[in-house]
Design a protein around this ligand. Structure first.
Ligand code: ATP
Length: 303
């Protein structure tokens, strides 16, 4: 089996009397997009700083791309792209000069690659950093994280503070990175931010991982609202008996219902009629995922 992209074992970090991490066991597979979710103060930034060797663990083991970040230094940094949620840059140099400088530190990045990313994000590379707005500085942050096409991207609350256009472009970059076989580890405190791109999500709470799930499985169990437009009137009774279907209402030729789990039975029943249009909202997986988490907690408390 290929080695894990990120692995931590019984990782503990204490800050004086404050507990940052209380025994974190994390396993991120190569090539996956992993959403690292947790409330404020759960330990997400602490974990990320440990992965990057910006701080040192109190105890436990960390492995990033098969190496110990404490020993691998610059060689490992070149293989990793990092974006902090509050990416801070300042200075008299232009965005192009700064990005070229950072690119050289990582072994050199083709100018065309920097130009291409800046173009996509609508970032003017000729402007001085100190004159850039907060949003434009964040764009510089996105470019520097992706430009050297790292094997592993570590993104700490990356979409907080990005405008909707930039969020979409950012998510495209994440999808492209995965399509190229790179690994993405992305923290957030809201599910909706990561559910569009993540393969798996893990919840961290009070310094330890409490549950991990595949987004596809969560999606299969989620409840969504569905609306189907038919060419001719249909009856409620035909649809209300279907598995997973509830709260069926029919107004003329339009059927509305709640659907839990797979859409198969509903789609097959609808296909018995002429379907003019179908709308299914993207479910918010937050509720279902936190439901999972609550069940785990109950089991733990009971044990
Ligand atoms: N430098 C520090 N000194 C003391 N305590 C700290 C320090 N950094 C973090 N902590 C504590 O460690 C715990 C985890 O913090 P961390 O910043 O890792 O959480 P987080 O999940 O990233 O939250 P947020 O989304 O608010 O950044 C918190 O209780 C925090 O108060």
């Amino acid at each position: 089996m290929a080695e894990l992209a990120i692995e931590t074992e019984k990782l503990v970090k204490t800050y004086g009397r404050n507990r940052g991490l209380t025994g974190l066991d994390l396993r991120v597979e190569p090539g996956e997009v992993y959403g690292f979710l947790g409330p404020n103060g759960a330990g997400k930034s602490t974990t990320i700083r440990l992965l990057l060797d910006l701080i040192r663990p109190t105890s436990g083991r960390v492995s990033v791309l098969g190496a110990d970040p404490r020993r691998a230094g610059v060689a490992l940094r070149r293989r990793v792209g990092y974006l902090a949620g509050d990416f801070v840059v300042d200075g008299r140099q232009t965005a192009r000069e700064l990005l070229t400088y950072l690119g050289n530190l990582r072994g050199g990045v083709p100018r065309a690659r920097i130009e291409e990313l800046a173009d996509r994000l609508d970032l003017d590379l000729g402007r001085r950093i100190k004159g850039l707005s907060k949003g434009n500085r964040q764009k510089v942050g996105v470019v520097q994280a992706f430009m050297h096409e790292p094997e592993l991207l570590i993104l700490d609350e990356p979409t907080s503070g990005l405008d909707p256009f930039l969020q979409q472009e950012f998510l495209s970059l994440v999808r492209e990175a995965r399509a190229d076989g790179r690994t993405v580890f992305m923290s957030s405190h809201v599910m909706s931010e990561v559910q569009q791109t993540a393969d798996r999500v893990g919840i961290i709470r009070e310094g330890r991982l409490v549950t991990v799930a595949r987004v596809e499985e969560l999606r299969e169990q989620a409840v969504r609202k569905v609306e189907i437009h038919f060419a001719d009137p249909v009856t409620e009774t035909e649809f209300s008996v279907l598995p997973g279907v509830s709260e069926v209402t029919v107004t003329g030729t339009t059927l509305r219902c709640r659907l839990e789990g797979r859409a198969d039975a509903l789609v097959k029943a609808a296909a018995g009629h002429t379907v003019v249009g179908l709308l299914s909202e993207e479910p918010d997986l937050e509720e279902i995922f936190f439901g999972y988490y609550a069940r785990e907690e109950d089991t733990r408390v009971a044990a």
